[in-house]
Design a protein around this ligand. Structure first.
Ligand code: NDP
Length: 287
């Protein structure tokens, strides 16, 4: 007996989720603002609802995957949510998730928020390693754990409905730092006779080799001792920054992505202890 699922939103992500539930044999009711997008899924066995209200009424488990928080508001305004288990996979801020949780509870629904750590081609492909961060109503999560785990993996991060969005945004923020670093690296080699395709594996391997340093950062943040296990101390790294800036200048590359981080390193050195790791930058940001 597979849990029946209602899904609102058949964009790129919603459609991928729908296919995964259908393939696993879950009865599925779908609704999309533009009805044409539901056509192909109906042929694959989905029930289509004419309105969002009808789709919500069909099943206890209601999954929403729309563009943004405003589209969730617009879609569910006036819809009876009494007794529903509402799972919102729409990307938003932690504050939007908390507000949405209170809003759902006031309408008699249970609420679970999700942050999708996958792109559509990873959905329904367990080897791809995609998952969703969930936060909010733990009972709802436990009750529907199996159905929720069908499209991608599940990682529950706490009762605070905002935590899924916070984890999602934190990971993606770190990713943008990596993208920024890679953009600078490619810019450095651009004018030279260096094949970016030969350079890329060197870059990828280096990023992978450096990634576990986050565990040391975490240990230092927990203990409060930023010299613990230090490998390359702050004074040495700040002394090295002119090399990076001069190299950028020599290659005709703007240092606008690198400079803000170097400025924080220098500020921390000026205020603190050169024997520390780079962890003090976290304090400067989170002050
Ligand atoms: P799409 O742009 O492909 O689809 C957007 C969906 O939202 C469509 O179903 C659209 O309906 C609907 N929609 C937009 N505005 C409204 C509205 N005012 N009222 C009702 N429905 C509305 O986006 P995705 O499917 O890719 O993304 C959906 C969510 O998943 C987003 O929050 C996104 O951040 C998140 N996500 C997406 C990832 C991705 O790689 N695609 C990765 C991780 C998260 P219509 O067809 O009528 O336009």
């Amino acid at each position: 007996e597979k849990t029946p699922v209602t899904l609102l939103g058949l964009g790129a992500m919603g459609t991928a989720l729908a296919r995964a539930w259908l393939a696993a044999g879950h009865p599925l009711t779908v609704w999309n603002r533009t009805p044409a997008r539901a056509g192909a899924l109906a042929a694959e066995g989905a029930r289509t609802a004419a309105t969002a209200a009808e789709a919500v009424a069909a099943n206890r488990l209601v999954v929403v995957c729309l563009l943004d928080d405003a589209s969730v508001e617009e879609t569910l305004a006036g819809v009876d949510l009494t007794g529903r288990d509402l799972v919102n996979l729409t990307t938003g801020t932690p504050e939007q998730a908390r507000t949405r949780a209170a809003w759902a509870r006031a309408r008699g629904a249970r609420y679970l928020d999700g942050g999708i750590m996958a792109v559509p081609p990873m959905v329904g492909v367990p080897e791809a390693g995609g998952y969703v961060f969930y936060s909010g109503d733990r009972e709802l999560f436990e009750r529907h754990r199996e159905a929720l785990a069908v499209p991608v993996g599940t990682t529950y991060v706490g009762e605070d409905a905002g935590f899924a969005a916070l984890h999602d945004v934190a990971l993606l923020s770190a990713m943008y730092g990596m993208f920024a670093g890679a953009a600078h690296a490619f810019a450095l080699i651009r004018r030279e006779d260096i094949d970016p395709v030969s350079f890329a594996p060197l870059l990828a391997d280096w990023l992978v080799a450096m990634a576990p340093s986050v565990h040391r950062t975490a240990d230092q943040l927990r203990s409060g001792d930023y010299t613990e296990g230090v490998v390359s101390h702050l004074a040495m790294q700040v002394a090295g920054t002119p090399t990076f800036l001069a190299t950028a200048e020599g290659q005709g590359v703007s240092a606008e992505l690198l400079s803000p981080y170097f400025a924080l390193m220098r500020r921390r050195l000026a205020e603190g202890d050169g024997a520390e790791d780079l962890t003090g930058v976290v304090d400067l940001l989170a002050r």
